[in-house]
Write a protein that binds this ligand. Structure first.
Ligand code: HEM
Ligand code: HEM
Length: 206
């Protein structure tokens, strides 16, 4: 198995990025819905925070930040690496596959940014170190306060709407469902090597 991509397969590093990110997405969803469904949520001022609420929220934030860092490294790796050859298919299928992959890259960048700029708490990155919330940065002061003349409370409404309702509840699910359906369509209907390219299975490869 090669570290770099070959004409037939994704290499070890591309596979780790791919499956590692898929697991991070899953844990990101599990942690935030655990927080929303099973913990009391943000307490009113003066009331102590519930530890399960804070831990599950911080896991969500830390994982989101990790996805953002990983996607940058992944894109660099993709640029300096060759792409495996595409399986046979119509022009439209190739176009749809490429558009789908670019859209997945886009959500891996946009969703963590929306989460970060819309949150009212600092990120305690896996409880190792703290990342200041956007509201406390110079960028917020110059762009949002001075530039747009908005308070954080006004600014977070549309941002939270995009992060939670548009991307979190709908867009990401639609893209991932489309992506996995396409992978299974290749495997079970077209019976080509698409899934093997992204797994360790050596079937039909050189
Ligand atoms: C790709 C990464 C991410 C994904 C897939 C994601 C997804 C989600 C989802 C599904 C929700 C709940 C939506 C609902 O209300 O039904 C949510 C809420 C939230 N996310 Fe993210 N998120 C990501 C990254 C981030 C980051 C990086 C931050 C901040 C640093 C963040 C902060 C929040 C906050 C504060 C909430 C609201 C929690 C609450 O309602 O108590 N997210 N996110
Ligand atoms: C069970 C879930 C998943 C399966 C079965 C799966 C399968 C695959 C396969 C077979 C490929 C190779 C496609 C090709 O070369 O034509 C691929 C590529 C890709 N997948 Fe997934 N995937 C899954 C989850 C995810 C998730 C959750 C994300 C991100 C949110 C994701 C993002 C991508 C991206 C961006 C590519 C393109 C890689 C590149 O060429 O740079 N996948 N996936």
């Amino acid at each position: 198995m090669s570290v770099k991509n070959t004409s037939k397969n994704y290499g070890t590093i591309a596979k780790w990025f791919h499956w590692g990110t898929a697991v991070l997405f899953l844990v990101s969803y599990l942690s935030i819905y655990y927080e929303i469904w099973f913990t009391p949520g943000l307490p009113p001022p003066g009331v102590p925070r519930d530890p399960a609420y804070w831990t599950s929220l911080q896991i969500h934030l830390s994982i989101g930040v990790s996805i953002a860092v990983l996607v940058i490294l992944r894109i660099i790796w993709r640029i300096i690496n060759r792409q495996p050859n595409e399986e046979a298919g119509s022009k439209l299928e190739h176009l749809a596959a490429r558009a789908g992959h670019y859209a997945l890259y886009a959500i891996m960048i946009i969703q963590p940014i929306l989460g970060y700029i819309g949150t009212s708490v600092n990120t305690e990155y896996f409880f190792l170190f703290e990342i200041s919330k956007f509201e406390e940065t110079a960028l917020f002061a110059s762009v949002v306060s001075d530039g747009l003349g908005m308070t954080f409370q006004e600014f977070e409404v549309p941002i939270d709407f995009l992060h939670k309702e548009v991307f979190g509840r709908w867009l990401i699910w639609i893209l991932i469902l489309g992506h996995t359906s396409a992978a299974f369509y290749h495997h079970f209907v077209k019976r080509d090597r698409t899934i093997y390219k992204m797994t360790n299975n050596k079937k039909h490869s050189e």
